[in-house]
Every structure is written in structure tokens, then in C-alpha cells.
Design a binder for this molecule. Structure first.
Ligand SMILES: *Cc1c(COP(=O)(O)O)cnc(C)c1O
Length: 385
């Protein structure tokens, strides 16, 4: 072992109170707090590694085989079936495996859902919803019915049904705001076609899909590698896309072809399938939700009693996926981030619009990693206040 590795070993041993075997694993795999692309379950990576050059004795990798062949078709269909099971998606919803990221959906949603009114209500809760609003404005009328921009998006504004525009084709929300660490505790209610950007909290807790007209999510936060975008859309919303809608952005195109109109992102779908399978065998969304809440609570409890660190979001607006926090001093924040890095706690730098730190603790992030972060924060606090 080199001196650097040896130092790292004792650092980790001291810090995380882990066994020798756990430390050896950590020497290769850091605790990665990245907001996205984010960490994946180690078992899934190892399975992909085992399958990589020869998938189930086909003599080729999933990346190299025809997307119309039997082997890939089985992967594709099982991924959809497992996602339907996980989220309890009803028959009258289509599940689409698309490309272009959530950002492409910012345009696809209005193009597909603007009916004769060409009008929609949006809730502005951060940078992603701002982008969604700007894009929708290119195709029709957008009314922002609530916003939290006055406080740099550190809360979720309250919304009531009497704010909805009478002629809106849909109401758009961002369920979890990745950059600011806020999340809707309750969904908007009332007679409305609810459209949700669920990119950073899909599969983290149970959502009743029947309450939505459409859900979309990029895969790289809670599902798998980037390259796959999931759209879950109620069937009655199909077939009314604006004339100018490109064939590839029309949901009907992909609904008609089982997301096989053109070459799908095969490898990302295969990886997502492994994640779905693993979640199902670990108790599904209910168990995942319990683990996620436990992890987030540990960190919020620590932050709330700390004399140095504080969370930037209060109470019921708090996300269980992304937790921003600050010391209140920029130099200390920077020192913390670089010392954390040396302790294998990586990608903790906050988004430039919030500053400080952000711990993204998605589904695949282990509880042990949160505990290790808290131990490190406590040590840092003791030597810096
Ligand atoms: C990451 C993110 C996006 C952007 O996703 P892309 O797939 O990169 O386009 C949009 N919305 C939310 C809530 C996100 O977290």
C-alpha cells in the first residue's frame, strides 16, 4: 500500500468506524454526493460489469446488439413492466422511454398538451421550472400562479385551486427542486391536469400516478445513467399535439411503437432495468421511502442542533434527496469541501446559486455515507468553532 493509500485507510478507519472490509471497498468507491449524474447501487454496477462483454452468452454486449432482437426486446419490456409494478402505474397510462433529457420535455410538454387554449399554469420553484416556463412561452400563454423566487427559492409556495386559470390546459410543477433542496409536501389538488418534472425524486417515495396527467424524469438522478428520459402519460392526453410538433417529440409516435420508433438508449434502459429489479427485490418504493426518510432525518437533525452548520431550507419544504447547508462563512465552506474531499466525501460543493454545500442523497446513496458525513461535520465543527 502506498503512503497516500495508507493515510487514507487510517483516516477512513478513524472517521467512519467501519470494518476492515468496508474500508477496503471505500478505498475504491468514495461517498459521492453528486446531484447528477449520481451514484448507482454498487451491485448494479457489478452486474453490468459482469454482463459487459458477453451478455447472457450472446457473445456481445447490450451496447452492441440489435434493438429489434429478442434479447434486447426482453430487457426493454421487463424494464417497463418492473417500473409499472414499482410505481403501480395503471393500464390507462403509457410509459415512454425517450432521449433528450428532462430539458427536451420542457418543449415536448407544451407542444403535446396545448389544446385549442394553448395556455398553461406553472409554479416557479427554481432554475428548472424557470427553464420549463421559458420554453413553454414559445408555444402559448404561460401564467405563473405561484413563485418562491423572492427568497431564492428556499421554500415551496402554497397553492390553492382558486388560483388556477379557467382555460389552462395543464398545471406544471417541479416536485423536487434539485438545486435548492425543496420538495412539495402536498401535491396541488383540484380539477386540473397535473404535469410534473419528477427528475430528482422519482422512485424516492410513493406518488399516486393517478393524480397526474403526465410525469417526466431524466434518469441520471434516481434511475440509472444519463441518456434515458421517462415519460408517464395518461392516454387521453395523446393525439392532440400541435401541428408543428416534430415526429420525434410527439408522444403518440413513441406510444404507438412501444418506445421503439427509432433506436432507444438501449444501455441506459438496461441499467435502469437492473435498478428497478433490485428495488423490487428490496421491498419496492415503500422500503425505499423509509430508508430515504431515515437518511435525510439523520442529516437534518444534525444540522438543526449544530453550532456551525445550518440547513438553508426550513420545515415542510425540505427535500429528502438534496440537502443544502452552509456555515455562514465562505472561507469555511471552501475549507470544509476540500477537507471532506480528502476524507472520501466527494462532490459536496453547493450549486453556485445557493453557495455552501449540498449533499445529494438519492436512493442509491448508503446510510453509512450519511453517518460518515455527520461524523466528519462534527469533527470539523469541533475544530472550527
Ligand atoms: C437535472 C434536472 C433537470 C435537467 O435534466 P436533463 O436530463 O439534464 O435535461 C430538469 N429538472 C430537474 C428537476 C432536474 O433535477
Amino acid at each position: 500500500m502506498s503512503l497516500v493509500l495508507l493515510t487514507k485507510y487510517f483516516h477512513l478507519r478513524h472517521l467512519s468506524n467501519s470494518s476492515h472490509a468496508e474500508i477496503i471497498l471505500l478505498m475504491n468507491r468514495c461517498y459521492n454526493f453528486s446531484a447528477g449524474p449520481a451514484n448507482l447501487p454498487l451491485e448494479v454496477l457489478e452486474q453490468a460489469q459482469a454482463d459487459l462483454v458477453d451478455y447472457q452468452e450472446t457473445g456481445m454486449s447490450v451496447m452492441e446488439m440489435s434493438h429489434r432482437g429478442k434479447t434486447y426486446m426482453a430487457i426493454h419490456q421487463k424494464a417497463e413492466k418492473d417500473l409499472r409494478l414499482l410505481m403501480d402505474i395503471s393500464e390507462n397510462y403509457k410509459v415512454l422511454f425517450l432521449q433528450g433529457g428532462a430539458s427536451t420535455q420542457f418543449a415536448a410538454v407544451p407542444m403535446n398538451l396545448f389544446s385549442s387554449n394553448r395556455s398553461a399554469d406553472y409554479v416557479k420553484t427554481g432554475a428548472w421550472s424557470k427553464k420549463a416556463i421559458a420554453e413553454a412561452k414559445r408555444y402559448g400563454t404561460v401564467r405563473v400562479i405561484a413563485s418562491s423566487e423572492d427568497k431564492n427559492f428556499n421554500y415551496i409556495p402554497s397553492i390553492s385551486a382558486d388560483q388556477y386559470s379557467a382555460n389552462a390546459d395543464y398545471l406544471h410543477i417541479t416536485s423536487n427542486n434539485t438545486i435548492y433542496g425543496t420538495c412539495f409536501a402536498n401535491l396541488p389538488t383540484g380539477e386540473v391536469t397535473l404535469v410534473c418534472d419528477m427528475s430528482s425524486d422519482i422512485l424516492s417515495k410513493s406518488y399516486d400516478v393517478n393524480k397526474f396527467g403526465l410525469i417526466y424524469a431524466g434518469s441520471q438522478k434516481n434511475i440509472g445513467p444519463s441518456g434515458l428520459t421517462i415519460v408517464i402519460v395518461r392516454e387521453d392526453l395523446l393525439g392532440r399535439a400541435m401541428d408543428i410538433t416534430p415526429t420525434m417529440l410527439d408522444y403518440q409516435t413513441h406510444a404507438n411503437s412501444g418506445s421503439m420508433f427509432n433506436t432507444p438508449p438501449c444501455f441506459s434502459i438496461y441499467m435502469a432495468g437492473l435498478v428497478f429489479e433490485r428495488m423490487l427485490s428490496n421491498g419496492g418504493i415503500k422500503s425505499m421511502e423509509a430508508r430515504n426518510k431515515e437518511k435525510a432525518q439523520l442529516l437534518y437533525d444534525f444540522l438543526d442542533q449544530s453550532n456551525l452548520f445550518s440547513a438553508t431550507v426550513e420545515g415542510s419544504s425540505r427535500s429528502i434527496m438534496n440537502i443544502p447547508f452552509v456555515t455562514g462563512r465562505q472561507d469555511l465552506d471552501e475549507q470544509f469541501i476540500s477537507e471532506a474531499e480528502l476524507n472520501n466525501l466527494k462532490t459536496l460543493k453547493g450549486h453556485r446559486s445557493v453557495g455552501g454545500m449540498r449533499a445529494s442523497i438519492y436512493n442509491a446513496f448508503p446510510k453509512k455515507g450519511v453517518e460518515t458525513l455527520i461524523d466528519f461535520m462534527s469533527e470539523f465543527e469541533n475544530s472550527n468553532v
